[in-house]
Design a protein around this ligand. Structure first.
Ligand code: CU
Length: 297
């Protein structure tokens, strides 16, 4: 987890504790209605925000992110309602379940390029809701005259906070696979991405130039493991990310990827020709995992 994300989570935690603390402090003066609004808001927006973050952090494990997010949402809603009565407790608990569940789903489903943005949006929504909630508490029972608690001051502070928060560094570290491929695809190297699905290669026909360095990436988007072997082609291998088939200068071109994984190899072919590539995992070639690569001058 990045530092920026830890700070974000710490902020959420502190603000939740602050609201719960204020509820305990003024419990004698809070009506059931106000109490229900407090516990519901805290459970719902707390669950949603933490849920989105957990859904992204625990990507691929929707069960854990949902359970954890619901737990955190319920805890906030429950504790905020507890000093007031059972009605706010029920309201907060249910809102926490719903917020946590929906947040985790959103985090799991959102496309990787929007992960960063959605966390920022959810966090600012969280802060915004807390500000409005606090104004409601202010009008209902806190009734403080302090200048910080004035609505205008709070709006100004919120805007300043929003601007400041947008300056903080990345919340999400890019995944290893995308990191690697970005790194290698520098100018001067041709790159070919071959997607392996169950059970086909896309593209199934590709061309590369003889005498130039080329990187082939096998991107397994299927549910099972796949590999690719270019049959009979002789190449000078420059670099291979995976461990096997390394050492000899001229070798069969072979890449293997587990589901969701990318592997790449960089090589140069001197002579022109046409070669077949297949997935060597038993049965896969017969199911359609073949293709043709042309080395052109
Ligand atoms: Cu295969």
């Amino acid at each position: 987890m990045t530092f920026a994300l830890s700070v974000t989570l710490a902020f959420i935690f502190i603000l939740k504790l602050f609201i719960i603390w204020e509820t305990i402090r003024y419990r004698g003066k809070i009506t059931n209605m106000a109490g229900m609004m407090i516990s519901m808001s805290l459970g719902m927006i707390g669950g949603l925000t933490v849920g989105v973050i957990l859904g992204i952090l625990l990507l691929g494990d929707l069960f854990s992110s949902t359970i954890l997010a619901m737990l955190i949402g319920v805890l906030a809603g429950f504790l905020a309602g507890l000093p007031i009565g059972l009605m706010p407790v029920i309201d907060g608990t249910l809102a926490g379940i719903m917020g946590g569940m929906m947040g985790a789903m959103l985090g799991e489903m959102i496309a990787p390029e929007y992960q960063e943005t959605i966390i920022r949006v959810m966090f600012l929504l969280f802060i915004g809701i807390i500000v409005i909630l606090y104004q409601m508490m202010q009008q209902e029972f806190i009734k403080s005259k302090a200048i910080v608690n004035h609505p205008v001051t709070m709006i100004v502070l919120f805007v300043l906070f929003t601007v400041g928060y947008n300056q903080v560094g990345p919340l999400i570290t890019p995944s290893h696979s995308s990191n690697n491929s970005n790194h290698h695809h520098s100018i001067g190297i041709n790159s070919v991405v071959i997607q392996a699905d169950d059970y086909s290669f896309t593209p199934s026909h590709t061309e590369i130039k003889a005498g130039e360095m080329v990187t082939i990436t096998l991107d397994n988007i299927g549910e099972v493991e796949h590999d690719i072997e270019i049959i009979g082609m002789e190449a000078e291998i420059e670099e291979q990310a995976s461990s096997h088939d390394h050492g000899q200068g001229n070798d069969q071109l072979h890449l293997h990827s587990f589901p969701g994984e990318k592997q790449e190899i960089t090589f140069t072919v001197i002579t022109t020709g046409t070669y077949r590539y297949v997935c060597t995992i038993p049965g896969h070639e017969e199911l359609g995992m073949t293709g043709v690569i042309e080395i052109v001058s």
